[in-house]
Design a protein. Sequence first.
Lengths: 228, 249
Amino acid sequence: MAATRGLFGSSLARKYWMALTGLFLSSFLIIHLIGNMPILFGDQEAFNLYAAFMTSFPPIKAVSYLLYGSILLHAIDGIFLMRQNKVARPEAYVSYNGKANATWASRNMGLLGIFTLLFLIIHMRSFWYEMHFGHVPTMDIEGAQVKDLYTMTIEAFHQLWYVILYVVCMIMLGFHLSHGMSSAFQTLGLNHPKYTPAIEKAGRYFAWIMALGFAIIPAYVYLQHLTA
Amino acid sequence: MNFTINVWRQSGPEAKGRIETYPVSGISDHMSFLEMIDVLNEQLINQDIEPVVFDHDCREGICGSCSMFINGEAHGPGRSITTCQLHMREFKDGETITIEPFRAKAFPIIKDLMVDRSSLDRIIQSGGFVSVNTAGKQPDANAIPIEKADADAAFDAATCIGCGACVATCKNASAMLFVGAKVSQFALLPQGKIEAEDRVLNMVNQMDLEGFGNCTNTGACEVECPKGISLETIARMNREFLSASLSSK
Ligand code: HEM
Ligand code: SF4
Ligand code: FES
């Protein structure tokens, strides 16, 4: 008889959840970045229509619940794994040369994840909460009243501290994903000498394109505001 | 050569340990690291200090017992070697060298540098075997055809000596490289297929029960492993476990 600990019990099962939710969250980043692009072009209508579409189209709403669930599962599972890993070495080494054999990002996934979580809380409070439950002024687009998230976003990014917070957090996310992407493939058992080097490279590119893409938006809005 | 040795002294499993500093002199650059400790112990005995307890057996890189964390790395600097294969010429004359035991909840310290690695044995007992007759009348080695690439990969995995360097070096004290190797060496062979599902489920379960940490794929184990066991073996274990969990009865 084999010993089984179910879908959440074993270390490996917990890692599969980590990888699956991580990859799902990462796929959302692509959509989110593309949707935010109109801000860079100053296209108020396109951005507001995108935001309205994302909060009203039923299939997208369904996926968004999956997304909230994934964030929670990824964060709770991650914190649980971190705690377990701490317990696995009760007494620390006096001298530990971590950089001799592993990248900084891979050794600090928990810390980077917690930063990302804090960012998500601030970010969702600022925009998601306001959009869903707050009072966002509306604007008229071809006869329809649409919430003007665009103006709210631009105004938020006129504050220097807020822009710096975003840029720093995006660097954290870049590091988190620079290890996380290829790590997820390894966790799911997808390691092959032919493909793994390419997966690692693509993972790093993906991470830094996402980080750069999201960091540019607040930085650009702020710089434009300075020169205006 | 002369060195300053910072070494972990701990009188027993429950005792509180601490770093003690001793000078050691008259070391030849041809000596292995263990021979240097032999000399150190000789000098300590002459000063009426209890010698440093450490684990060793073959002194040629095959038994895996010379567990030591040297200057922040399992088996010290140098790649694909155990402590007994590390030579003093790798260090600078006059250098300070810090020596600690392998640290993990699943590797309790017995004394000084010696730890109890029997948790790895219990993982093997839980499934790291094949129930085929290997004693008595020997079966013909080529009776079952096996593809060369698979045979080679299985053999590579089987070279794991159970030294525990992967656990020691892992920031999470995870034993997944060891278990990956021990799952892989059978998973690739027809003889291993029969018990494959139970094997991976039971071994991973035992690994968890022993209190090892979880892999975050830092890859440190692969770098420090004296036998060059690859992360591919962990991925294979992950695949085997996933399919076994989904399909086991
Ligand atoms: C936009 C948000 C996030 C994305 C896209 C993301 C993505 C990923 C990916 C792809 C992995 C690799 C999975 C694996 O190694 O198998 C990962 C790992 C990890 N994440 Fe996240 N993550 C995010 C937020 C968070 C948050 C909020 C936490 C909170 C604590 C977190 C903690 C971790 C930890 C600890 C790991 C390492 C787990 C491991 O490798 O076993 N992440 N993440
Ligand atoms: S996988 Fe390598 S480091 Fe780990 S126990 Fe086996 S030989 Fe030692
Ligand atoms: S003493 Fe046997 S491997 Fe070092």
